[in-house]
Design a protein around this ligand. Structure first.
Ligand code: URA
Length: 454
């Protein structure tokens, strides 16, 4: 079959700072997914996009073409509105675990399709797999049924969602084209739009432990993704949040599940609680606004009807802190974990070996570098270097002090956990210079730095 375009012409257009036509974009993504556009040609095009960017219409079309490469899920038959959260990834970021059941406990269904960790940032599926029996893979039918019955799933994104992204991401990884805002934004948003959520709250991390280390680029990424979401009729807002310091006091799979359970029991570290509540508030507000605009078609609730305004009002008035303290969110957690074969009451693994790190001076902790702590936890066995590696459920780091805390010489600063003690040396090496202790306290930086919406 004759192809509609020549890849060289498409590359040349972008190389010369031209604007790609809709037909060129549709063709090049489809032809690359089919194996007609060669890897070296797509490499050249990705580099041209990296250097010259994409206009908003081009980026929307590029995202559409990625979505069209696979299946698109549809929850319009559900009797509840849907809202999801996506985080660009950080150290100690376990927020999905308390947030999903919290939001679902108010009747907003959460289709959380998650991934595994690679490098220093952890993956939600790896964390949940430390719960005995829990299984990450669900068929589409199982997902739909669980969304109806429990109101949430946390599971692996199937191979059918945006397959073009899988190929493109692997190629970007080896062509120095990962750190490119239009390519990151289309990669994330194609998967989230194909997943079928009606509302999306983005947690765009900013700081040493994040993709985007400075506020300007985090803002740029957040604005770009919010634009794609809005143009695709997904109600999207973004919070830019601090990732210069790990979130909470634990980094590592089972360690983070335990901390999430503390949050679901009404306790837990202040920063984890604050971010869970902030993202939960945004998800419920977005779902309420969607009910105002569209009603809940699957429940027969028409936009503008008294029932629509009652349901939207309930979400706007939802008392999120109370749902953490009175067991409402914990009940939904137990149902969510059980529905996927897990035992919510099972004991979680502990690593077999620990090593404590002590403060060498009196003073105040003024920084705790997220990247260094994340790399150390990874080296201890909490993360993987290659996709096929296994992770240790119990490995990781427990912090005993965070920026803003006073500390005495000889006091425990952190505990390293691993099943393979020969890893301590490399873990400790990664921690060199990870914290600073000064004579005067610093003020803790807020977790939520900015909100971006259209
Ligand atoms: N996460 C994704 O899914 N894609 C990117 O390009 C970067 C982060």
């Amino acid at each position: 079959m004759a192809e509609r375009f020549d890849a060289v012409d498409v590359i040349q257009t972008k190389r010369d700072r031209g604007v790609l036509s809709d037909a060129q974009i549709d063709w090049v993504i489809d032809a690359y997914t089919r194996g007609v556009v060669a890897e070296e040609q797509m490499s050249a095009l990705l580099m041209a996009v990296f250097l010259n960017g994409l206009t908003r219409p081009e980026l929307n079309r590029w995202t559409d073409a990625m979505i069209a490469s696979g299946e698109r899920l549809d929850y319009s038959h559900l009797s509840r509105p849907t809202a999801d959260k996506h985080s660009t990834g950080g150290v100690g970021d376990k927020i999905t675990l308390p947030l999903t059941p919290l939001v679902a406990s108010f009747g907003v269904a959460v289709p959380q399709l998650s991934g595994r960790g690679l490098g220093h940032t952890g993956g939600t599926l790896d964390k949940l797999e430390s719960i005995p029996g829990w299984r990450p893979s669900l068929s589409n039918e199982e997902m739909y049924a669980q969304m109806d019955e429990v109101g949430a799933v946390i599971c692996a994104a199937g191979a059918g969602l945006a397959p073009a992204d899988r190929k493109l991401y692997a190629l970007r990884d080896v062509t120095a084209t990962v750190a490119c805002i239009p390519l990151i934004a289309s990669s994330i948003m194609s998967k989230k739009i194909a997943e079928g959520t009606g509302c999306l709250v983005l947690d765009v991390k900013c700081g040493s432990g994040a993709f985007m280390s400075d506020l300007d680029s985090a803002r740029d990424l957040a604005t770009t993704m919010v634009g794609i979401g809005s143009d695709h009729k997904v109600r999207t807002v973004a919070l830019i949040t601090d990732m210069s310091t790990p979130l909470g006091l634990t980094i590592g799979n089972a360690l983070e599940v335990r901390e999430s359970l503390e949050v679901l029991a009404g306790g837990g570290p202040a920063d984890v609680v604050e971010l869970t509540l902030a993202l939960g508030r945004e998800m419920l507000d977005a779902a309420a606004a969607r009910i105002d605009d569209e009603g809940i078609p699957g429940a027969g609730v028409a936009a503008g009807s008294p029932e629509a305004s009652r349901r939207a009002g309930q979400l706007r008035e939802a008392d999120l802190p109370k749902a953490l303290s009175n067991g409402q969110a914990m009940d939904t957690w137990a149902r969510l974990i059980s529905a996927q074969g897990g035992n919510p009451h099972a004991d979680l693994a502990w690593a077999t070996h620990t090593h404590e790190v002590f403060a060498r001076e009196n003073g105040y902790v003024t920084s705790m570098d997220a990247l260094k702590v994340g790399v150390a936890a990874w080296r201890l066995g909490a993360g993987r270097a290659r996709k096929e590696d296994a992770v240790q459920a119990g490995a990781g780091i427990v912090l005993h002090a965070k920026p803003g805390d006073a500390i005495q010489k000889g006091q425990k600063l952190m505990t390293l956990h691993t099943d393979t003690p020969e890893r301590f040396e490399r873990g400790l090496e990664a921690l060199k210079g990870a914290w600073t202790i000064a004579d005067t306290p610093t003020t803790r930086s807020p977790v939520v730095l900015e909100k971006i919406s259209e």
